[in-house]
Ligand binder design. Sequence first.
Ligand SMILES: NC(=O)c1ccc[n+]([C@@H]2O[C@H](COP(=O)([O-])OP(=O)(O)OC[C@H]3O[C@@H](n4cnc5c(N)ncnc54)[C@H](OP(=O)(O)O)[C@@H]3O)[C@@H](O)[C@H]2O)c1
Length: 332
Amino acid sequence: MIEQNKIPSVKLQSGELIPAIGLGTFGSDKYGEQAVSEAVYGAIRCGYRLIDCAAVYENEASIGAVLERLFEEKAVRRDELFITTKVWNDRHREVEDSLRQSLSDLRIGCADLFFVHWPFPNYHAPGCDGDSRSADSKPFSVDEFMDTWRQCEEMVDKGLTRYIGMSNMTIPKLEAVLPLCRIQPAALEMELHPSFQQKDLFDYAVSRGIRPVGFCPMGSPSRPERDKTAEDVADMELPSVAAAAKAHGVHPALICLKWAVQRGQIPIPFSVKPAQYESNLQAVTEDPLTEEEMAAITVDDRNCRLIKGQVFLWPGASDWHALWDEDGIIAR
Ligand SMILES: NC(=O)c1ccc[n+]([C@@H]2O[C@H](COP(=O)([O-])OP(=O)(O)OC[C@H]3O[C@@H](n4cnc5c(N)ncnc54)[C@H](OP(=O)(O)O)[C@@H]3O)[C@@H](O)[C@H]2O)c1
């Protein structure tokens, strides 16, 4: 059990301090809901307080059962936890129903942070392969997104979530929607790891008081096969990460997490293995990277996006690069 006062925290724009690291709960195709929820139980007992959930991970009901168990055991109080959840792409027009379902599954009355998981309202089945396309896929629409965001804002008004956030966004999309938001996003969940640092988007979010939450913080070595390509870089084998791991005498995974927390993003590493999730949390409480090690990782960026999102492509779109507005304008 790691003492709470040793775990670093970060400030949201509201002034509230939240943990600088959390636990991911997407079991890929590898771990079922029982394994993931037992990990949530063990991780909270070991000191994690931020848990990153989502309706589409299909395990919120099991996680809810372990949360209830932890509350009954008085291991933790609800107000000591920071629980996120997300609306999936097929429910952008029924946000309240989606959030109420998540809250009921998680057995909590209010979420701490509720994300729009992806800015594309296209349905594709969980676990479908990368070539799968939905017939009604279409490019990003500011109007449709804002309709979803207005519903999210209402969720704050109704006391069903304390904060709202966006995920898998780009600077052009944020430029288009942020001026229209009555409630600004508290956080931006985005892919962040040493080989994919997204400096421009990261700086853009920070400069607007939006806290980056980094997914795949260790390069998601167990991600589903559909998300793997031959060009992908293994973060834990990057020279700067390997050198720091050797110098600190730890697994390269822990270097990725130290780097993330020292940079100011909130990593949400996933693991169902107690030795891994305990060492992941422990790593950010001790033996920080030096300025030189941080700088060496900064220059090792490979612009290697792992979660390319190709299932969201609309008819006529060139390839997955179109989803990420790489020309600086919203792709249509
Ligand atoms: N917003 C979004 O669209 C989005 C997208 C993707 C992910 N996410 C969130 O981000 C979370 C994290 O992403 P992720 O699970 O894809 O990637 P990740 O956290 O980078 O990688 C998780 C894997 O790394 C390995 N690992 C963990 N700790 C380790 C350690 N100490 N030493 C060695 N290996 C270790 C484990 O592999 P083994 O199990 O093989 O040991 C584990 O399954 C997800 O769970 C989810 O909550 C959000």
